[in-house]
Design a binder for this molecule. Structure first.
Ligand code: HEM
Length: 487
């Protein structure tokens, strides 16, 4: 008996030691931090912090505790959290055999399987190239007049007769309408209103646990996405028919027409209808809340910084004086002159980036800072945290558009509001045109002041004002732009 116990002991102890050492070696190489409870992980903590507008603080505290790389469990997946200039460079320069884009399950299912965020390698290049054939500056030049008209119509309908407005919902209305006109090419009316309403519901389920049970937020959003997809399919069909019957139709009149008109070398359509549908949904989701957030913050910051407002006004009045007739639309050349106004927008994007973090999937083990990021894990990185790093942007919480006058004011991989590398936002030029045009008409046409002393914010996932940012407006001079409704 004694010899059996001794034998068992001799076998068991080395085995135990082996597992302990192996575990120790592995966990030593994993980044610091805890994975928390299974499934729940750090979800609740993080989402609560985001909704209380403490998302940045939560991440900063984490970074202070564990350094630039740590592990956690978010959206049900073991995750490594990264931030800092080196992390941004690492992610933006990595090829797709190491890292691939993978959104959390909720986002993936809502955007559709063939959406640009999910596609990789050749598929990604093909789709991205097709989107850029409409979104690149040369193509967008043709659409400045449409943007101008859409913005004038918005101001006439929503600003002209009001004394007090809530900025945030109105900016969403504007950016929805701009996308409906320029991306979907869908006429105003009941169908467009339905589409807008459906996309609002889709947005609601973007950052939730993807539990598809009746009455969950996710279930409602999925239902709305299905219906919105149906409307986009119908638009694709109508536009295809129109193109068959009228060969004169210009391919850059909207994104759907542009995507339909691209063919491969054999003359067959380059994209499937599913790809067109999913990527129109992406353009709506990626393009409307981001730009409306930027515009809302700009309106707030201009109200709070009268000297900046004056400089923007001078620049815009100079451009207005250069017009042959009052009411003539802005041109591409006018936009190129708005240098100071774009610095102001850049400073707003630095301090209040609409996209604070992104996700990637790790395809092979990665060594970083002496740790291993294991294959199959999720990377969660807060690229924009560098924008508030005082060693890079001195006095980072001070709104100071003049900081960009200095040469080298934005060191590489530190200003990343539009992302970087192969996945840089393809809509940045679209957003720039929309923002500059809107600011032109706002400062030349209106004065405004904030109604509340404090405007409480939250993030869900974009930064938002809980009370919508109410302002009082005053029309400077009779707003006499004649606008015909855009089809
Ligand atoms: C102020 C406005 C905007 C901001 C701050 C913004 C920000 C970003 C960021 C940070 C990314 C990269 C995400 C990542 O690397 O995971 C991105 C990607 C993307 N954005 Fe934007 N965006 C804006 C406007 C727009 C607009 C107007 C559109 C379309 C009309 C658009 C369409 C897209 C698309 C399709 C992608 C995916 C690109 C790819 O994976 O290749 N964005 N955006």
């Amino acid at each position: 008996m004694e010899s059996q116990i001794l034998l068992a002991f001799l076998l068991f102890v080395p085995l135990l030691l082996f597992f302990l050492i192996k575990k120790k070696r592995y966990s030593k190489r994993l980044p610091p931090g805890s994975l928390g409870m299974p499934i729940i992980g750090q979800n609740l903590e993080f989402l609560r912090a985001m909704r209380a507008n403490r998302g940045e603080v939560w991440l900063q505290e984490r970074a202070r505790k564990y350094g630039p790389i740590s592990k956690m469990n978010i959206f049900g997946t073991p995750t490594v959290f990264l931030h800092g200039q080196a992390a941004n460079k690492f992610i933006y320069t990595r090829d797709e055999t190491t890292l691939s884009t993978q959104q959390p399950g909720s986002i993936r299912r809502l955007l559709g399987e063939r959406n640009l965020f999910e596609l990789k390698s050749e598929d990604h290049n093909r789709l991205r190239g097709a989107m850029l054939s409409f979104l690149k500056p040369d193509a967008l030049k043709q659409n400045v007049v449409k943007m101008d008209q859409e913005i004038k119509l918005h101001l006439t309908q929503h600003w002209n007769h009001n004394k007090e407005i809530a900025v945030m919902p109105l900016m969403k209305t504007l950016t929805f309408n701009v996308i409906c006109t320029l991306i979907f090419g869908v006429e105003r009316g009941a169908r467009r209103d339905t589409l807008v309403h459906l996309f609002e519901q889709v947005m609601d389920g973007m950052l939730v646990l993807p539990i598809n049970l009746p009455f969950t937020r996710f279930n409602r959003s999925l239902g709305a996405r299905l219906k919105a997809g149906g409307i986009i399919k119908q638009l694709i069909h109508e536009k295809r028919e129109k193109m068959k019957n009228n060969h004169e139709i210009s391919s850059d009149q909207d994104l759907i027409t542009s995507l339909l008109s691209i063919c491969d070398e054999a003359g067959s359509p380059l994209l499937t209808d599913d790809e067109i549908e999913d990527n129109c949904a992406v353009a709506m989701i990626a393009g409307h809340d981001t730009t409306s957030t930027l515009l809302t913050f700009l309106i707030k910051l201009l109200a709070e910084h009268p000297h900046v407002y004056e400089l923007v006004l001078n620049e815009q009045e100079e451009i207005a004086r250069g017009k042959k007739k009052s009411g003539d639309p802005l041109t591409w050349d006018d936009l190129a002159k708005m240098k100071y106004t774009w610095r102001v927008a850049t400073e707003a994007l630095r301090m209040y980036p609409p996209v604070m973090f992104s996700f990637r999937q790790v395809l092979k083990d990665i060594e970083m800072e002496g740790y291993v990021i294991p294959k199959g894990w999720q990377l969660f990185w807060a690229g924009c945290m560098t924008q508030l790093d005082e060693s890079i942007y001195p006095d980072p919480y001070k709104f100071n558009p003049s900081r960009y006058e200095k040469h080298g004011a934005t060191p590489p991989h530190t200003f990343v509001a539009f992302g970087g590398g192969a996945r840089t936002c393809p809509g940045n030029e679209f957003a720039r045109i929309e923002t500059l045009t809107m600011i032109h008409y706002l400062v030349t046409g209106f004065n405004w002041k904030l109604c509340l002393e404090e405007n409480i914010m939250s993030r869900d996932p974009m930064p938002a004002f809980n009370q919508g940012l109410p302002i009082q407006i005053q029309i400077k001079k009779p707003w006499n732009h004649t606008v015909s409704p855009i089809p």
